[in-house]
Write a protein that binds this ligand. Structure first.
Ligand SMILES: C[S@@+](CC[C@H](N)C(=O)[O-])C[C@H]1O[C@@H](n2cnc3c(N)ncnc32)[C@H](O)[C@@H]1O
Length: 91
């Protein structure tokens, strides 16, 4: 079976990946560049979980609705490259 991520599933209990079927996020992560200035942003924990699950380090994450860049910041933290589109701006 192809590997979609860098996770070692033999140690799944120690990973920073949520395995519950319901994600309860009490507070937005405001660390680093995540200052939350844009009212339409989502919590960084959501793209973080998805990037960890579905990409490997060095791969490209594409967000066609990048907004204030929450996904871009998470991609950077996790060692992924990033392409984002917001309206007619590509960065
Ligand atoms: C709710 S924001 C995304 C917020 C982002 N997840 C964040 O955390 O900052 C939606 C973004 O999608 C862009 N957008 C909406 N419709 C679009 C379209 N049809 N084509 C390209 N961009 C679009 C908007 O300009 C906006 O930047």
């Amino acid at each position: 079976m192809p590997k979609f991520n860098d996770l070692d599933l033999n140690n799944w209990k120690d990973l920073d990946v949520w395995t519950d079927s319901l994600w309860i996020i009490n507070e937005r992560d405001k660390s680093g560049k995540h200052d939350g200035f844009y009212h339409g942003n989502f919590v960084p924990q959501i793209p973080r979980q998805l990037i960890l699950r579905y990409t490997k380090k060095g791969e490209i994450v594409f967000d066609p609705f990048v907004g204030s860049g929450t996904t871009a910041y998470e991609a950077e933290i996790l060692g992924r490259n990033f392409i984002g589109v917001s309206g007619n701006i590509v960065f």
